[in-house]
Write a protein that binds this ligand. Structure first.
Ligand SMILES: [Zn+2]
Length: 295
């Protein structure tokens, strides 16, 4: 049987094309989660058109309009949009009620220096930004806790997935085996060529090592998610490497959804930093809990 793509286009009757995690929509009706495409916003080339990133040189007014469109279709108020300044690190930030809305209009009040956000506050829409990097989503249904993590090769090598799982465990008592995770559209193993130094750091992350003592270390069997490419280079499947890190951290393989979309192959749908040589927009991943309805 063909594997199904878990990220499915939402039926919103609007121009903006947004993807939702179909199995979660049915399984966890209290959770809203998904990923934007580049289609249906107001930004002009090369940011055309649903750019969510304020840091890429696009017109800020256009980005704010796009963010309002995205929040509304995701089922949130614009005031719920909460985001951080991503730095390709592995800091996990615990979002509380007082953080709601940070960074939505302006980078100056975004949560600083965080590539992963965790919350159990209903009505907070966590958002983060992508053009090839891997969006990671986490849900712990019993404690009604959700998380987002941004994993490029650096975040993957720093095992940000494991860091996020650790915070969920320490702060919310989420047993890893009762967590659900999703891995969204990103650059695929088809398109992501890297040099030996990056490959050795990813191999170390796969092996569960904190850091590579010698960045030029030799390794024989790169492992799942890494293979030799042309001219001494390597090819990495960052989605698969993050899946392996999640499984090693205790999430059940059957509880992990993984997108088949490659952002570099599909620039008709997505922004790709590599394919578009750095001059492009950003997709948005979002997750949040519906606000509880008062009687
Ligand atoms: Zn590709």
């Amino acid at each position: 049987m063909m594997e199904m793509e878990p990220f499915i286009r939402m039926e919103n009757g609007q121009a903006a094309a947004m993807l939702t995690i179909e199995s979660w929509r049915r399984q966890f009706p209290e959770i809203r989660a998904g990923f934007t495409t580049r289609i249906g916003g107001v930004s002009e080339a090369p940011y055309d058109s649903l750019n969510g990133g304020l840091h890429v040189g696009d017109d800020a007014g256009h980005v704010r309009t796009n963010r309002r469109i995205i929040a509304s279709l995701a089922g949130f108020a614009f005031e719920d949009w909460t985001c951080a300044e991503q730095v390709h690190g592995s800091n996990v930030y615990l979002v509380r009620a007082g953080d709601r809305g940070k960074g939505r209009n302006d980078r100056s009040d975004a949560i600083p220096d965080a590539d992963a956000l965790v919350t159990n506050v209903p009505g907070v829409m966590l958002a983060s930004f992508y053009a090839d990097c891997v969006p990671l989503y986490f849900v712990h249904p019993a404690s009604r806790t959700v998380a987002l993590a941004h994993a490029g090769w650096k975040g993957t090598a720093l095992r940000i997935a494991e860091e996020t799982i650790r915070v969920l465990q320490d702060q919310f008592d989420c047993a890893p085996e009762s967590l659900y995770a999703a891995i969204g559209p990103s650059i695929g193993g088809c398109c992501y060529e890297i040099d030996g130094e990056v490959a050795s750091r990813l191999a170390a992350a796969l092996a569960g090592e904190a850091a590579v003592a010698d960045s030029k270390m030799e390794w024989e069997n790169p492992g799942v998610g890494l293979k030799a490419g042309n001219d001494g280079r390597y090819v990495a499947d960052l989605k698969e490497i993050n899946r392996q890190i999640m499984i090693k951290a205790g999430i059940q393989p059957t509880s992990i959804e993984i997108s088949r979309y490659c952002t570099s192959c599909r620039t008709d749908l997505f922004y790709s930093h590599r394919k578009e040589k750095g001059k492009t927009g950003r997709m948005v991943s979002w997750i949040g809990l519906k606000e509880e309805v008062a009687d």
